[in-house]
Design a protein around this ligand. Structure first.
Ligand SMILES: Nc1ncnc2c1ncn2[C@@H]1O[C@H](COP(=O)(O)OP(=O)(O)OP(=O)(O)O)[C@@H](O)[C@H]1O
Ligand SMILES: [Mg+2]
Length: 253
């Protein structure tokens, strides 16, 4: 069981809960964050958040706007430090290793812990194909056959292949919003992350696209580990903390 609820504390209430896998079936812990504090200059955005993320589970984070959900995600793959003036305190363990230890390469951490953002962010000048291949090329992969295989596999994993297989040379930005978000998921999957952080990946989408993306998360769960920020209360089946139920049903905000 993913154990988030009860350990997540933020400036406002941030609920988090487990929604996948048989109750009681424990899997190894992939990420453990302890006492996270995050700052933007003098703004203290995240105050003492601790959470655990189990392998092959979807760990959901919910909470009101501005409570620090996106910031917590960015602390889990060292993207927070890319914001000018930002800093953090606390510990994040990935497979029991401190990702903020001196010898850790942040670029490698971001490869192992990929991220899909609130708004689709395809590279604007790149084709659909090149968007998906970008991470591999950055890693030095040049072999066309390998690239072709990974691009197809990633687009299939992101449930986009059938819609784009004949137009791979078109700009990524020519796709619809929901397709662009799935393109970004394919791009993140192409470098084979161990963990995928999904920050409200369906927030700008219609209900059908939302279902597609969140259904996708369920399928991907078997292959990797997902941390999902979402407002879709339907996803939650077994809140661990009664406050979560109250939050979802609007009794507690
Ligand atoms: N780049 C930034 N510079 C300064 N303050 C920031 C920055 N990004 C976020 N903040 C502040 O940090 C706090 C947490 O922001 P964050 O984006 O993590 O919230 P959130 O829970 O993801 O909200 P939402 O549900 O609206 O996406 C907010 O008060 C916000 O104003
Ligand atoms: Mg956010």
């Amino acid at each position: 069981m993913v154990d988030l609820t009860g350990t997540v504390r933020s400036r406002a209430f941030a609920g988090a809960l487990e929604r996948s896998g048989p109750v009681g079936e424990a899997t190894p812990e992939r990420i453990r964050a302890v006492g996270l504090h995050a700052y933007f200059g003098r703004t203290h955005a995240v105050r003492g958040v601790s959470l655990g993320v189990q392998t092959n589970r979807i760990t959901a984070i919910i909470g009101p706007s501005g409570c620090g959900k996106s910031t917590v995600l960015r602390c889990l793959n060292r993207m927070h430090e890319l914001v000018p003036g930002a800093r953090m305190e606390g510990q994040v363990l990935l497979d029991n290793e401190d990702i903020y230890a001196g010898e850790m390469d942040p670029v490698m951490i971001r490869r192992r812990v990929g991220m899909v953002f609130q708004r689709a962010t395809p590279f604007p000048t790149m084709s659909i194909y090149d968007n998906v291949a970008a991470g591999l090329r950055l890693n030095g992969v040049r072999d066309r056959r390998t690239l072709d295989d990974v691009v197809e596999h990633s687009l299939r994993q992101a449930a986009l292949w059938d819609e784009v297989k004949d137009v791979l040379g078109r700009p990524g930005t020519s796709l619809s919003g929901g397709q662009q978000q799935r393109l970004c998921i394919a791009r993140a999957l192409a470098v084979q992350p161990e963990v995928l952080l999904m920050d409200e990946p369906a927030s700008a989408l219609d209900p059908a696209s939302t279902l597609k993306i969140e259904g996708l998360a369920r399928i991907l769960r078997d292959q990797l580990t997902i941390v999902l920020v979402t407002h879709n209360a339907d996803l939650f089946t077994r809140p661990r903390d009664p406050r979560t139920e109250d939050y979802i049903t609007g009794r507690f905000g």
